[in-house]
Ligand binder design. Structure first.
Ligand SMILES: NCCCCN(CCCN)CCCN
Length: 351
């Protein structure tokens, strides 16, 4: 059997993560592009547990070697790549918008500058809630995207989970008529309330565990929602399903991130089916739109145990695709209690 297929099968057996010859091919191309484990995960766009396992299997076959913290192809590895026509990655990403399709232009800049100041005192991301916030510029790019699609001006907006401080960014622009945030972490709710009082932002901030049904007055009352769920199908139901339950009716919008770092394409297929079954249409999918600041609990996360070399992440490696969805006739949200673990599955690695 062809070696890529062989390695893919063995990797899938050892990790329970769906693996394909292309998964192995992309890891080899990533090693040809960078010796850094986190960059290799970023470029591979495969779940971290699978990338770590493929690297170990390539090492066992003497195709890759671990020299200190570097991951390098061996002579045999380079020969195999040549034989199979595998080449390093090439990028043509737009340097102006960083592939997001929107920019923080003059109309948003004053609010953005204020946000940059305010977020300096934000509570640090904690492991308990799988937190990991995106860069301040990224938070504002999400605002720009939603305004570009006509989803903010004069609208009622609900944010479900807000370590990204979307509620503050949205309120600083003055564009939405109302901003409500539901967040389990009291540190964040208190911080957002303090900022809201200090800057007169009138943010409706509430402590709420999204595994519980929404507060009555939030159901069916909003035009647009934002959320950034943990990467299990259950969490998508809990966060996105609840977000849909906040919407007033058809043709309302929702925004959330789905990553490749903790989700295989097989899981993406399940997630997208859940979305369609809720009566949503996926109107936008912006690859690597979201870039997450490295969190300091990385040594506690499962992924750290799996890495073949122990070097702390420096550059941003964890990214996600920004989804925009819109409701059509017959849509239905999810507002039942959620029991069980919404943070972990075979592919998750930063929980
Ligand atoms: N555990 C660290 C990374 C978590 C990222 N997740 C939550 C992000 C909250 N801002 C999920 C990202 C994609 N859904």
């Amino acid at each position: 059997m062809e070696i890529l297929e062989q390695i893919a099968q063995e990797a899938e057996q050892n990790t329970q993560v769906p693996a394909y010859p292309r998964s192995v091919e992309k890891v080899i191309a990533a090693v040809m592009s960078s010796p850094n484990f986190w960059k290799i995960v970023d470029l591979s766009d495969e779940p971290l547990p699978l990338v770590a396992e493929i690297l170990k299997l390539l090492n066992k076959r003497d195709l890759v070697v671990f020299e200190g913290n570097q991951i390098l192809l061996t002579e045999a590895g380079a020969e195999l790549a040549k034989k199979l026509g595998i080449e390093p990655f090439a990028s043509h990403r737009c340097p102006t918008c960083n592939g997001r399709g929107v920019v923080i232009d003059d109309s948003l800049r004053p609010a953005f500058e204020k946000f940059l100041e305010i977020q300096k005192n934000r509570p640090p991301a904690i492991h308990q809630y799988d937190q990991g916030y995106v860069t301040p510029e990224n938070t504002f790019a999400r605002v720009a995207l939603a305004d570009d699609r006509g989803d903010l001006r004069g609208k009622k907006v609900c944010v479900l989970g807000d370590d990204d401080l979307m509620s503050i960014a949205l309120a600083l622009t003055g564009l939405p008529a109302r901003v409500t945030i539901l967040e389990i972490d009291e540190r964040l709710v208190n911080f957002i309330k303090e900022v809201s009082d200090k800057y007169g932002l009138n943010i409706d901030a509430r402590v709420h565990d999204l595994r519980q049904p929404l507060p009555e007055d939030v159901v069916g009352a909003y035009d647009t929602f934002f959320t950034d769920p943990p990467e299990t199908v259950e969490a998508i139901k809990a966060f996105v399903g609840r977000g849909v339950a906040t919407l007033k009716g058809p043709r309302c919008a929702g925004y959330f991130g789905v990553t490749r770092r903790e989700s295989s394409l097989d899981k993406w297929a399940r997630i997208q089916k859940v979305l369609l079954d809720m009566g949503l249409v996926i109107t936008d999918l912006l690859h690597n739109f979201n870039e997450y600041v490295n969190w300091d609990y990385y040594q506690e996360m499962r992924g750290w145990q799996l890495t073949p070399v122990k070097e702390p992440p420096k550059e941003i490696w964890y990214k996600s695709t920004q989804f925009r969805v819109e409701t059509i006739r017959g849509f239905k949200g999810f507002n039942e209690p959620i029991v069980g673990d919404i943070y972990n599955d075979a592919e998750s690695s930063t929980t």
